[in-house]
Design a protein around this ligand. Structure first.
Ligand code: MEV
Length: 440
């Protein structure tokens, strides 16, 4: 049993490593060596990474891959993806290549509104609160001017502040529901700073307002925070082609394939167990690009899943139709992303990812990310309804198994070659490996 530690954050990096290695690992020397192995040799670069978070002891690598050949609104993109799952980049690339010769992806940003709320309690007369709010609203905006001036110069800022009475859901609960336009910034800091200023002004002004009787004006601010649910920060991506162009599988005719895809979506629409996995596949593509471009994938995840459940039951984020011989496949989802601020100006690989993506605006990035999600889903569901997922997945997983077994490059090449025509399973790879080494 280890003892708790006080003042851990005050220790030097080396002291932190020593402590964790000695208190929590069976071979401290090996632990230290491993952590050190992942440090960057360039000390300035390492320091940059150390300072992203508190208590950094090393770096945690994820592969950064490229899925090329994405034709989006007639412009060609190679999409950077940071992800550990073996088949994701290959699946995205395959879908990109398939749609490249069928008109590519068409996308549109439908709205870019961000949301933040000041949550507060008030037990007095709602009409008095309403009158006070109308009166104080210009002052809320005015006193936030030092925070909003820059954003306004660029065309963004506070779009609206509404008073919402939520007392039917929770006694005495009200909110200032605020909407913002944050342009190329994800806007979390901007929004939170504005909200905290609104809360301050609101509370102070309420305390001296003639709209309230006596004690009535006492407002208790509970919290001020942006919402990651952004149903009006919405993007749509679509692919379509004549049904006879759906020549994906020799085993399934184009018409059958279209029907199978549509049925798979219909199942995800009515069956939450399937919908969650279906959408997880979409997030394989989305998170990988969100991460590679230094955006907050947790925020995106939370908002996207809430959107998938907006009608009361959790549904597919993608949709498919077949009308007048045209197969259409599309996605519509909320994405609050930034291409300036945060990690985007700091992390050298994020900067590179942005350059590879032609330095997109936030709106362009929303479209690219939506496409990555749609492509991923197309690849996953088309495999599922034809060959099944394991064939491709295990082929991609083959190298992981061989690395676990400690195979040399020559052994890997031979075994990969062998499995071009054989089914990959964990045991079949082990057997082939042992055979090659003559240990069986
Ligand atoms: C695996 O990471 C993702 C899939 O399960 C998605 C799906 O089932 O649609 C293949």
């Amino acid at each position: 049993m280890t003892d708790p530690i006080l003042g851990f954050s005050k220790l030097s990096k080396q002291e932190k490593i020593d402590w964790v290695a000695e208190q929590y690992t069976h071979d401290p020397a090996q632990t230290k060596k491993l952590l050190l192995q992942y440090w960057n040799a360039d000390t300035t670069l390492q320091k940059l990474h150390d300072e992203f978070i508190e208590n950094t002891i090393s770096n945690y690598y994820l592969p950064l891959g490229i899925a090329p050949n994405f034709l989006i609104n007639d412009k060609l993109y190679a999409i950077p993806m940071a992800i550990e799952e073996s088949s994701v980049v290959a699946a995205a690339s395959k879908a990109a290549k398939f749609w490249l010769n069928r008109g590519g992806f068409k996308t549109k940003v439908l709205a870019t509104e961000k949301i933040g709320q000041v949550h507060f309690m008030y037990s007095g007369n709602p009409e008095h609160l309403e009158a006070f709010f109308k009166n104080v609203k210009p002052k809320l905006i005015e006193e936030a001017k030092p925070l909003t001036a820059n954003m306004e110069k660029r065309g963004g800022g506070i779009s609206n502040i509404e008073l919402r009475n939520k007392t039917s859901q929770l006694k005495d609960y009200y909110q200032l529901h605020c909407t913002f336009e944050t342009l190329d910034a994800m806007g979390a800091n901007f929004i939170n700073s504005c909200l905290e200023q609104f809360a301050k002004t609101f509370e102070v002004e309420a305390g001296k307002s003639p709209y309230f009787e006596k004690e009535e004006g006492q407002i208790e601010i509970v919290m001020s925070i942006l919402s990651n649910y952004v149903p009006n920060c919405l993007v749509r991506a679509e692919v379509s082609c004549a049904v006879e162009e759906l020549t994906l599988s020799e085993a399934v005719s184009p018409g059958e394939f279209a029907e199978k895809m549509i049925r798979a979506i219909a199942i995800a629409d009515v069956e939450p167990h399937r919908a969650v996995t279906h959408n997880k596949g979409i997030m394989n593509g989305i998170d990988a690009v969100v991460l590679a471009t230094g955006n907050d994938f947790r925020a995106v995840e939370a908002g996207v899943h809430a959107y998938a459940a907006k009608e009361g039951n959790y549904k597919s984020l993608t949709h498919a139709s077949l009308k007048d011989g045209i197969f259409k496949f599309w996605i519509e989802l909320p994405l609050a992303l930034g291409t300036i601020g945060g990690l985007t100006n700091l992390h050298p690989l994020v900067k590179l990812a942005m350059e590879i993506l032609h330095k997109p605006s936030a709106e362009e990035l929303m479209q690219i990310v939506a496409v990555a999600g749609l492509a991923q889903n197309f690849a996953a569901v088309s495999s599922l309804v034809t060959t099944g997922i394991q064939e491709g997945h295990m082929k991609m997983h083959l190298l992981n198994i061989l690395n676990q077994l400690g195979a040399t490059e020559i052994e890997k090449n031979k075994i990969v070659d062998y499995f071009k025509n054989h089914t990959v399973t964990h045991s079949s790879v082990v057997a082939e490996f042992n055979k090659l080494r003559g240990t069986r």
